[in-house]
Ligand binder design. Sequence first.
Ligand SMILES: C[S@@+](CC[C@H](N)C(=O)[O-])C[C@H]1O[C@@H](n2cnc3c(N)ncnc32)[C@H](O)[C@@H]1O
Length: 250
Amino acid sequence: MSENGFAWTVLFVLRLVTRYRLPVFDRLMRRLERAKSLPGTTSVSGSRAVWESYEWDKLGEEWTESADWKASLIDDVLVPNLPRDGVILEIGPGAGRWTEVLQALAREVVIVDFSSTCIEACRQRFAGYPNITYHVNDGATLTAVADSSVDGVWSFDVFVHLDAATTESYISEIRRVLRPGAKALIHSGKGGGTFGGWRSRMTSAQMREIVDRQDLEWVAEIDSWGPRGEHGLQYVDAIYVFEKRPPSAD
Ligand SMILES: C[S@@+](CC[C@H](N)C(=O)[O-])C[C@H]1O[C@@H](n2cnc3c(N)ncnc32)[C@H](O)[C@@H]1O
């Protein structure tokens, strides 16, 4: 947060202690971010410092709303949209809350995280699993992953913290590494960061513009699921699904 200066930090604290109820603090923060090109809550170096020192004793399950919610997210969103026996890339696995599920579904899981603490936690947790490969990255690119080499991408609770420029960098990389016709499922914000949860300023309109600009095919924006649509996401988020276009016939 120190990169943002004193005035922004005071507003940040006021916004927190008033539990996001007074929009004036948020408006002033945005104005400062724009005027001074501040990174806001989402700088790569600031968030890496947070995740390098995070205690992963609960394995990320502290963000699981209920066993039913998690089972339904797997059965109704993850499994129907990702192929069996393929190569799945996961960005930001944390301590492997979803990696455990992906490795059972996929032939190979490639995990990429900018925190060496997370990658080390996953290495230890999945030591007996031969179908996972591990990479620490720079927080914005996928240089360890070859072009057109993955059959699906999953990222949950990661892009919610990324600004538009970092999101676009990753989405352009996702386009490069996906095989034609393969899908990415990316959980990100849609409310512009005004509903709490350390969300970035991303909106669904911005996500759609990025996906279009990167020449990917928009598939869906999922914000509820389950037999009666009873499950959803906190803090006004969505799971965005998009696909790399197959080569055209002509
Ligand atoms: C809230 S945790 C979520 C972990 C896991 N996906 C889950 O749902 O339990 C955020 C994860 O994203 C990683 N992360 C955050 N920003 C990242 C970035 N710019 N590039 C790569 N990893 C990032 C963090 O290191 C951490 O592993």
